[in-house]
Design a protein around this ligand. Structure first.
Ligand code: SAM
Length: 261
């Protein structure tokens, strides 16, 4: 990856091709310390109030990360599977959820399941829009739709595109334990993406990790259109995990949808 120095801030010249293979590592919990188990518990409680779940319900947590939702999902069902591409996060997930669920290292583009395997597929905390082409992002949805049973539920928790589009170039620094996390976030209008450069330093200023995150900004209507092509119909839309209406100012775009074909 090549970097260019502008006004002492670091911006990447070229975004890495498969950035998501670098970005999600043992540092995830530190960088996203606010996206924790407590938050996951509230989210699962909210989803379980909307979607019927019994002990025999087959649930796929796609892009499960370190499995923060799985410990609560596995209290509701005996058939919970977590899939993620990051072996480092899966190691953490297995350690924290021993015997509670099955964890599989796989890519969303080639899921190792038969068609119609799951009653519920979850995609939580902006795990969609990672690929550079619309075709690949659409294929992500098509793949998950194929492993979902007819009448099964799909939940997509994505950022609010209206809010993200108003983002200004923004730098921030925070201290978590003995680590300094520096983030530079910027909107790429041309490609309709929100980009972030994250650098993790120790207290002596040694860089432990530096990586890019880049996510395509889709409007709700664009996602809905792609879902319809995959045989999935949007049933409800919320703006947060308290069940608030989705508006331009909502923190999240939470889509509850069902496969009809
Ligand atoms: C923003 S994190 C969300 C993790 C988790 N859902 C949560 O709420 O903490 C996105 C996750 O997607 C995974 N991921 C990224 N690209 C993937 C791919 N192509 N196939 C499978 N998982 C992928 C990452 O490893 C990461 O764990």
């Amino acid at each position: 990856m090549s970097y260019k120095d502008h006004n002492s801030e670091i911006y990447p010249d070229n975004l890495p091709n498969e950035w998501y293979k670098e970005a999600f590592s043992i540092w995830y919990k530190v960088v996203y310390s606010h996206r924790n188990v407590k938050e996951a518990q509230k989210q699962v409680k909210f989803l379980a109030s909307l979607i019927p779940i019994s002990l025999s319900t087959k649930i796929l947590d796609l892009c499960c990360g370190y499995g923060r939702h799985i410990r609560f999902l596995s209290k509701l069902s005996n058939f919970v599977v977590g899939v993620d591409l990051s072996s480092e996060l899966l190691t953490q997930a297995r350690a924290q959820n021993e015997n509670l669920a099955e964890f599989i290292c796989a890519d969303v583009r080639s899921l190792p399941f038969h068609e119609n395997s799951f009653d519920i597929v979850l995609s939580l905390f902006t795990s969609f829009g990672y690929f550079y082409t619309d075709e690949e992002n659409y294929n992500h949805l098509k793949n998950l739709a194929s492993v979902l049973k007819c009448k099964g539920y799909f939940v997509l928790d994505y950022f609010n595109p209206n809010k993200v589009k108003l983002s200004k170039k923004h730098s921030s620094t925070k201290k978590v334990n003995d680590l300094i996390i520096r983030e530079v976030k910027w909107l790429d209008d041309k490609n309709n993406r929100i980009n972030k450069n994250v650098t993790i330093e120790d207290i002596k200023g040694n860089i432990l990790k530096s990586y890019i995150e880049t996510v395509k900004i889709y409007e709700f209507s664009q996602i809905e259109e792609m879902l319809i092509k995959c045989g999935i119909i949007v049933q409800d839309v919320y703006g947060d995990y308290s069940g608030s209406e989705f508006t331009n100012k909502s923190p999240r775009l939470i889509i509850i949808a069902r496969k009809y074909a």
